[in-house]
Ligand binder design. Structure first.
Ligand SMILES: Cc1cc2nc3c(=O)[nH]c(=O)nc-3n(C[C@H](O)[C@H](O)[C@H](O)COP(=O)(O)O)c2cc1C
Length: 182
């Protein structure tokens, strides 16, 4: 798939078939995502993948801040990815001080880049994905053994799409987004 097509045709997918995503394919997604750029190439992003239906149900029932829309997506998906970053790496100097005035926000930046790479890789393999930002990190820790040195940045629900070819939600025009300074 050409990169332009992959970028334009990727959609957030929230309804999936029952088809299993093989673990070998999940590994391929991480194999591609690990080539994302990162702060000083520190590669602090990690992926915890939940296939277990009981754990997914606990997360859907207790860890979405009462946002039922996300609960339904999590129950429907084949695999739920918890994207994390190892704390105090991205945006930090070796002595533990912040490198810039953006302080620790580079952690979210790295996780965002990696998540987009992951979702594009999924789309190129016919797998639907949606990034989920509405969740309760502390509650998720009650159900999934996330190492204490990692912070959960976002979730990604995955599954083979029930409907394909959805058109994109409206996008702003380039002229609204771009200033070129000659
Ligand atoms: C940081 C971030 C958080 C998001 N959180 C949610 C979420 O909690 N639930 C959800 O259904 N979609 C979520 N989305 C998906 C957006 O709603 C979606 O990307 C947007 O509507 C554009 O649609 P598209 O991805 O199909 O182009 C999130 C996307 C991003 C980038």
């Amino acid at each position: 798939m050409l990169i332009d097509q992959c970028i334009k045709e990727r959609r957030s997918v929230r309804k999936y078939t029952d088809k299993e995503i093989p673990s070998s394919v999940l590994k391929e997604l991480v194999d591609l995502s690990r080539f994302s750029p990162s702060w000083k190439n520190t590669q602090a992003v990690r992926y915890h993948m939940i296939k277990n239906p009981e754990i997914k149900k606990e997360i859907a029932d207790h860890c979405v801040l009462n946002f039922d829309f996300n609960a339904k997506t999590i129950l429907r998906c084949n695999t739920l990815v918890l994207v994390t970053v190892v704390k105090q790496v991205s945006g930090y100097e070796e002595d533990g001080s912040y490198s810039t005035s953006k302080e620790d926000r580079w952690e979210m930046f790295d996780a965002g880049i990696a998540s987009q790479t992951f979702c594009l890789a999924a789309h190129s393999k016919g797998i639907g994905s949606v990034i989920l930002g509405i969740f309760d990190e502390e509650k998720i820790r009650q159900y999934v053994p996330i190492p204490t040195e990692e912070r959960v940045t976002n979730l990604i629900a995955l599954g083979y799409p029930l409907d394909t070819g959805k058109s994109a939600p409206p996008r702003k025009e380039v002229s609204q987004l771009l200033q070129i300074i000659d």
